[in-house]
Ligand binder design. Structure first.
Ligand SMILES: Nc1ncnc2c1ncn2[C@@H]1O[C@H](COP(=O)(O)OP(=O)(O)OP(=O)(O)O)[C@@H](O)[C@H]1O
Length: 527
């Protein structure tokens, strides 16, 4: 035999011998039973039975042992997982979900965030840890949040050890995982034990903390390019008293919305879709958006804004977005005329089709308990189907400033004035303003130039008005009628009593048409 061959044979013999020894060591059966009962023995017996040589027997024994080890490795993972599941409880949070913001906020408040040596700094608490505009604008300096950095952290909460893993997959991993909503960040929090209660309570605590933080604010969500809602900003609630419109209109609108939110049973008992739609229409800068923000604040609802001009928005994503809104929220579609002029004209400015919009508004997936608000400066351009009863239940006309509104705006603009002075100066101010000639935004702009000088504000208005009238003014022709709420049938779909709005000619009329209404009074649902 060749010396190398002899060496190989002797080495293999050694391995086989060791394998026999090893296989014996796994056996818990006493030697008295005989070597036949060990794994090695059984394998060699089978090998002998098959007429295999010593070399092949050793190979077979090695293969069997390798198989055992591979099997242990494979099933060992399951075993470890099984044990983990029985002694460790874990909660996972995904950045695409609102609960992620609760946890980030909770972490920011947690003492660990002050001592963590690896931490990230953020000016916003938001999903996806994205830099989003708007937060902190109400204060002079933007807020700063200190959060544990990505990676593993061990912290103590309510006398319990917990470990937290904050992970952000790379975009390639997210793409491979088919995450169409963009790469998601994840936080998992674990602790020993089988009870979910500690983590359950932690989540509830985080939610309460977050709600407290937003209590005095209205949070605005907007659809991102992936078709998911993103928190874009939160604003201090705007008091209703700062909106200068007819008090009757304001009260009726707010009461109507409040009544709706309390009438779930009424709708359920009658099998009516539980939603309510408002259309705020009229002059630019007359307070439509401000009224909606104020209304949301009053009702304690967050605002979900859909921008139909967003080219990445499709019928499907719009439908998903609407069905993804919480059951209590205000869904806002601003400047709805800019995307849809008339059904027949298609949707040149939007990837969403007209029927896609209608489906999203009242399709089966549309959320119950939702308030829909649409705004437009051109009601006459809207397709009647879009604003038919059931989709839009209440219409509110916003006009340019009346003299009474101008006077009230003046008084609210200078709240520190003694009553007598406020009355005198506001009268002087408003007397020079032609009825419904200028928008409230326009007048507010003028007053901003006289922020600290109410007397100059009152005295200078005449010259300002003359100047703007000579220039043709920047406001369009005034309406000739009073502000009012126009009320369709309460139940929307089954009404059929209202007079539909005729699609107007494409040319912009000087004076928007008033829409006739059939029910002058707001009816209570249980009347
Ligand atoms: N009726 C009003 N009461 C108080 N402030 C008003 C009123 N109307 C307008 N403003 C002020 O004018 C500015 C613009 O108002 P807002 O955006 O609400 O108008 P809009 O009708 O929604 O305008 P557009 O149709 O152009 O979107 C805001 O700063 C708001 O405070």
């Amino acid at each position: 035999m060749h010396p190398r061959q002899a060496l190989l044979t002797s080495q293999l013999g050694l391995v086989v011998k060791n394998a026999n020894t090893l296989s014996r060591s796994y056996s818990s059966v006493p030697d008295a039973v005989g070597s036949q009962d060990t794994v090695g023995g059984i394998v060699s017996n089978i090998a002998q039975h098959l007429g295999m040589g010593e070399f092949a027997t050793g190979g077979l024994q090695l293969a069997v042992i390798g198989g055992f080890l591979a099997g242990f490795r494979y099933f060992g993972g399951y075993f470890v997982d099984y044990v983990k599941k029985r002694v460790i409880v874990t909660a996972n949070f995904d950045s695409r979900d609102e609960s992620y913001s609760w946890i980030l906020n909770w972490l920011n408040e947690h003492p660990y965030s002050n001592v963590a040596t690896q931490f990230s700094v953020s000016t916003v608490i938001s999903r996806g840890a994205q830099r989003l505009p708007g937060e902190g604008l109400d204060s002079t300096a933007p807020a700063v949040y200190f959060l544990p950095a990505h990676g593993l952290h061990i912290l103590r909460h309510k006398n319990r050890f917990m470990w937290l893993n904050r992970e952000r997959p790379s975009p390639s991993v997210a793409a491979a995982g088919g995450q169409s909503n963009g790469p998601a960040e994840r936080i998992s929090i674990s602790t020993f034990g089988r009870s979910r209660a500690p983590l359950h309570n932690l989540v509830l605590e985080a939610r309460t903390l977050f709600i407290e933080r937003d209590k005095s604010r209205t949070v605005v969500f907007a659809a991102d390019q992936y078709g998911a809602w993103r928190r874009t900003r939160s604003r201090l609630k705007r008091p209703l008293s700062t909106i200068v419109i007819s008090h009757t209109v304001k009260d009726r609108l707010v009461n109507d919305a409040k009544e709706f939110l309390e009438s779930e049973n009424f709708y359920a008992e009658r099998g009516l879709p539980y939603r309510r739609g408002y259309l705020l229409y009229g002059q630019p800068g007359s307070g439509k958006s401000s009224m909606i923000h104020s209304l949301a604040g009053e009702l304690g609802l967050n605002i979900y804004v859909v921008n139909l001009s967003n080219k990445s928005l499709t019928d499907d994503t719009l439908g998903e977005l609407v069905s993804d809104t919480p059951s209590r929220c205000l869904l806002l579609i601003e400047d709805v005329d800019s995307a849809f002029v008339q059904r027949t004209q298609g949707s040149a400015n939007s990837s969403v089709t007209f029927s896609g919009l209608l489906n999203a508004i009242d399709g089966v997936a549309a959320q119950e308990g939702r308030i829909l608000c649409m705004t437009t400066n051109h009601i006459e351009r809207l397709d009647p189907a879009l604003i038919r009863p059931g989709r839009i239940d209440v219409r509110i006309l916003f006009e340019n400033a009346s003299q009474a509104q101008a006077a009230e705006l003046f008084r609210k603009f200078y709240p520190g004035l003694p009553t007598q002075d406020a009355l005198k100066l506001s009268k002087e101010f408003s007397s020079h303003i032609p009825e419904k000639r200028f928008s409230m935004a326009h007048l507010q702009g003028y007053l901003m130039g006289q922020k600290n000088n109410p007397i100059a504000g009152a005295n200078g208005i005449q010259e300002w008005v003359q100047r703007h009238e000579n220039n043709g003014g920047s406001d369009s022709t005034a309406y000739d009628q009073d502000q009012e709420v126009e009320e369709f049938g309460n139940t929307g779909c089954i009404s059929g009593t209202s007079t539909p709005v005729r699609p107007a000619t494409p040319a912009r009329p000087a004076t928007p048409k008033r829409i006739p209404f059939t029910l002058p009074e707001v009816r209570k649902p249980d009347e």
